[in-house]
Structures are given as structure tokens and as C-alpha cells.
Design a binder for this molecule. Structure first.
Ligand code: AHR
Ligand code: AHR
Length: 476
């Protein structure tokens, strides 16, 4: 039994939680997003056309770029101006050659092609606050100053007005170029960057580096740099051998969100910080051991699609705390979409989850499940097999129900009691397959896809296949 109450509006859902992340790593940018104008692969001014179309179809509200670890050694100046004059640099983060063929102007152009908004991470590793301020000047100032005029000189008259900026990436980690020894050091660095960047454009929003495992760090970041940031970032990658452990990871995400949120609130109180600071979950995914350098590629299966949907349900349910989330990553690296140099393309089951989840309402509404449960040994807790998250459209004409069945064998006939809304028609779309390990492969690329049922008269009951991700759209 599921109860949904359209009158109980819980929070607004920020569409940025369905965001994406692309990094100069493996074949994400080069070979995936960018093939160059002279490529035999069909492209729009150098951007791989099929990738543009498939990314466009999942409508990410924001895309984070250029890293990741890459960001901490990247100098934007190398990636602007005539492409044949750009320097080839050694990328210290991944020990790779960086051609700089894809830079700020290409990123913005691609963002426009897919109809999204940019989220740029500045180099707070071996870069300087001054360099970050120049980057903001390059993208956001109209004219009359060196970097704004440089953009104009390179053919882009109008400013890009990049609103969202990240100050550094994973600065807590020793793998990071220019990492900080503790949260206080990172706070100090964040302040210096924020200060110079905001002098160039006071309207930008900033993401500071937080962690999913060190609340002391998060506390210090917010306590000391909280006046300068709007969001605190956290990252989580998951690898579980056991299926039930994997799909119980909603617990992990919930706990990390709650812990981080309470730390933020405590630090805000102690630091007398008035501004609201919300979470940017700006990297998350499964990460299998076979996804190794240099390509970091993996082909995920139905079980990962179920995980992906469950995490998105968590973000929806905690949308008061989570403003932003970026799936890591969109193309070829831990990917949603895989490409080959012969022009072929493959969509992972996780891709189809995003396709279902871009269909959502602007307001989260109350929903609850009472049904069969299992005991998660990993988390020491009973969890429902069915997981639900519901939202309503601005005009109150549609309810979207994101319904996941974790049960690997049982289908359920779910009774859904909807209050405060009279559904007439239901549309049911879902993703499932015979086996949890089923995936789309180069040999069998269409094994998993979205099944769309014909719209039906609403009867208050619906059958949900085992191991499935479902979207129910109720129309009044
Ligand atoms: O997404 C791959 C890498 O994972 C990113 O570069 C880094 O931020 C994280 O460690
Ligand atoms: O193995 C890579 C590390 O795993 C990433 O740097 C970290 O973000 C993730 O947890």
C-alpha cells in the first residue's frame, strides 16, 4: 500500500539534482563529447552529434566541468583562442597529454547545444585566486577589460554569464594537486578565491569543497568560509558485490546528507552565518574495480540502474538539503553513454533512468510505503522492497511517482491511495530485464530500454515488475 498526499507539499525539487559531470579524463571529452571538425564521425562543429542528441534527451539542468581531479592542474588560458595555437600540456592529475582543443568556449557552446547551464570548477590546486578571477572576467564581464575583450576577440561578443562556480575539487585528498591539510586551510583558500571571484561578478554562486567522511572538515569549511559559499560539495562512489547491499545504499546517501546537513547547520550557528548553505552532491555513481586508468570505463547493468534510481529518489526526498547533484560521469568515464571511434554508441541502463527521472514535478509531495521489507545486514535495518518518491507539477495537473522495486524476484500489485488529487489517467513507463546483471553491450545494445505502457484509466492499483524502475504519471 502506498499513500500519496498532493496537499502535503514538502519542498521544491531543484532540477539541478539531475545534473551531469564531464571531465578531461579518459575519453569523456576527447572521443566522447569532442571529436573535432575534421572527424569522420558525424559532428556539429566538432561536437559528436549523437552524444549531443542523447544528452539533450535527458535534459540536465547543469553540467559540471572541467573536473574532477583534472581541475586542480588546469589553466583556462591554455584552452582559449585559435585551436591550432593552443599548447599541449601535461595533465598532472592523470598524467596524460592535454591538447586543449576543448576549452571554455567549446564547453559553453556544447552546453548551449544540449540546452543546459554551465557549472565551472576553478583550479584551487595549483591555480591562484587571481587566475580564477580572470576566468570569471573572461566569461561574465561585458567588455573594456583585458579578459572580457579577449573573449570578444575570440568571437564571443556577449558574456556567458556563468552563474555557478566550484572552488576546487576534493582538496581534502592527497591525490589532489595542491590539496589542503585540513578544513581550516581549505576555508582560508576558499575565502581568497571567493573574494577575488566575487569582486569580478558579485552575482555568482559558489560551491566549496566538503567531504562525505570528515565532518570536522565540513564544520571548519562552513564555520570559517560559510559567508562566502552557497553550497558545500560531497562525493560518493559505491562498489558492492552483493545486490541487496548495493540497493540498500540509499541508507548511505541518506546518512551522508543528514550528517553533512547537521554539520552545516551547527557551523552556521556557531559562525553566525545567515546565508543558507545547501549540499552539492557533485559526484556520485557506482565505481567498479574494472574502471581503471586511463579510460575508467565500465558497462553497468540493471542492478546499477536500480541503484541510480534509488539515489535519485533520495535526492528528491532530501531536496530541501540537496540543491545540486552531478552524475559522474556522462560519457565514457564511469559512463551513462559509451562511444567508440568507429562511430557507434551505447546507452547504459543508468541512462534510461535519467530519461525517466527528468520527468518530475517541481514540488515534492508526501508519499509513504507500507509493504514487504527485507533486513539489510549492511545497515542493520529493515528496508522496504518498494521505494517511492512523488512530486506534483506547478499547475497541479500531474503527479509523478518514481517507484523502484528492489525485490529481485517478486512483482507487486501496488495499491496507491492518492489524496488531494483525483487521477483519471495513468501512464506507466519502466525499466527491467530478466537478470540483475543484464546490460546493453556492443553485441546486444538494445537489451534494456524503457517500456512504455499505453495510458490507462486510473483504478488505484498497478503492477510493478520485480527489479524495476518505474515512472507513473497520474493525470487529472
Ligand atoms: O570522477 C572521477 C574522479 O573521481 C574525479 O576526477 C575525482 O574528483 C574523483 O576522485
Ligand atoms: O579511487 C578513487 C577515489 O574514490 C576518489 O578519489 C574518491 O572520490 C572516491 O571515493
Amino acid at each position: 500500500m502506498i499513500i500519496i498526499d498532493a496537499n502535503r507539499i514538502l519542498s521544491s525539487i531543484d532540477s539541478r539534482i539531475y545534473g551531469q559531470f564531464i571531465e578531461h579524463l579518459g575519453k569523456c571529452i576527447y572521443g566522447g563529447i569532442w571529436v573535432g571538425e575534421n572527424s569522420k564521425i558525424s559532428n556539429i562543429k566538432g561536437f559528436r552529434k549523437d552524444v549531443v542528441e542523447y544528452v539533450k534527451a535527458i535534459k540536465p539542468a547543469i553540467v559540471r566541468w572541467p573536473g574532477g581531479n583534472f581541475a586542480s592542474g588546469y589553466h583556462f588560458i591554455d584552452g582559449i583562442g585559435p585551436r591550432n595555437k593552443r599548447p599541449i600540456k601535461l595533465d598532472l592529475a592523470w598524467n596524460e597529454y592535454e591538447s586543449n582543443n576543448f576549452g571554455t568556449d567549446e564547453f559553453i557552446e556544447w552546453i548551449r547545444l544540449i540546452g543546459s547551464q554551465p557549472y565551472i570548477v576553478v583550479n584551487a590546486g595549483n591555480g591562484s585566486p587571481e587566475e580564477a578571477a580572470h576566468w570569471v572576467e573572461y566569461t561574465n564581464r561585458i567588455d573594456g577589460t583585458y579578459y572580457a575583450d579577449l573573449r570578444r576577440k575570440y568571437g564571443h561578443k556577449e558574456p556567458y554569464n556563468v552563474k555557478l562556480w566550484g572552488i576546487g575539487n576534493e582538496l581534502y585528498g592527497e591525490w589532489q594537486i595542491g590539496f589542503c591539510v585540513d578544513g581550516r586551510e581549505c576555508a582560508r583558500r576558499t575565502i581568497e578565491f571567493a573574494n577575488e571571484m566575487k569582486k569580478v561578478d558579485g552575482s555568482i554562486e559558489l560551491v566549496g569543497v566538503g567531504t562525505d567522511f570528515n565532518q570536522r572538515w565540513n564544520y571548519d569549511m562552513v564555520r570559517y568560509a560559510g559567508k562566502y559559499i552557497d553550497y558545500l560539495s560531497i562525493h560518493t562512489y559505491v562498489y558492492e558485490r552483493n545486490y541487496l547491499d548495493l540497493v540498500s545504499c540509499t541508507e548511505l546517501f541518506e546518512k551522508r546528507i543528514l550528517k553533512t546537513f547537521f554539520t552545516i547547520e551547527e557551523a552556521r550557528r556557531d559562525g553566525k552565518i545567515d546565508r543558507n548553505i545547501r549540499i552539492a552532491y557533485d559526484e556520485w555513481n557506482v565505481w567498479y574495480p574494472d574502471a581503471k586508468p586511463p579510460e575508467h570505463t565500465q558497462i553497468t547493468s540493471l542492478k546499477d540502474a536500480i541503484f541510480t534510481a534509488l539515489v535519485l529518489n533520495v535526492f528528491e526526498k532530501y531536496s530541501e538539503m540537496v540543491a545540486i547533484a552531478n552524475f559522474a560521469q556522462t560519457v565514457n568515464v564511469l559512463p551513462l553513454i559509451l562511444t567508440k571511434d568507429d562511430g557507434s554508441i551505447l546507452l547504459s541502463p543508468q541512462y534510461f533512468v535519467f530519461k525517466l527521472y527528468v520527468q518530475h514535478g517541481s514540488k515534492l509531495i508526501y508519499s509513504i510505503v507500507d509493504g514487504e521489507a527485507y533486513f539489510s545486514r549492511k545497515f542493520g535495518k529493515w528496508l522496504n522492497f518498494i521505494d517511492v518518491s512523488a512530486s506534483i507539477s506547478e499547475d497541479r495537473n500531474k503527479i509523478y511517482i518514481h517507484l523502484v522495486n528492489r525485490n529481485p524476484v517478486e512483482a507487486y500489485s501496488c495499491r496507491i491511495n492518492v489524496r488531494g488529487f483525483i487521477p483519471k489517467i495513468v501512464k506507466h513507463s519502466y525499466i527491467t530485464s530478466e537478470n540483475l546483471d543484464d546490460k546493453n553491450t556492443w553485441k546486444d545494445p538494445d537489451k534494456i530500454f524503457i517500456v512504455e505502457r499505453k495510458p490507462k484509466k486510473w483504478r488505484g492499483e498497478i503492477t510493478i515488475p520485480s527489479k524495476s524502475v518505474n515512472l507513473l504519471t497520474l493525470l487529472s
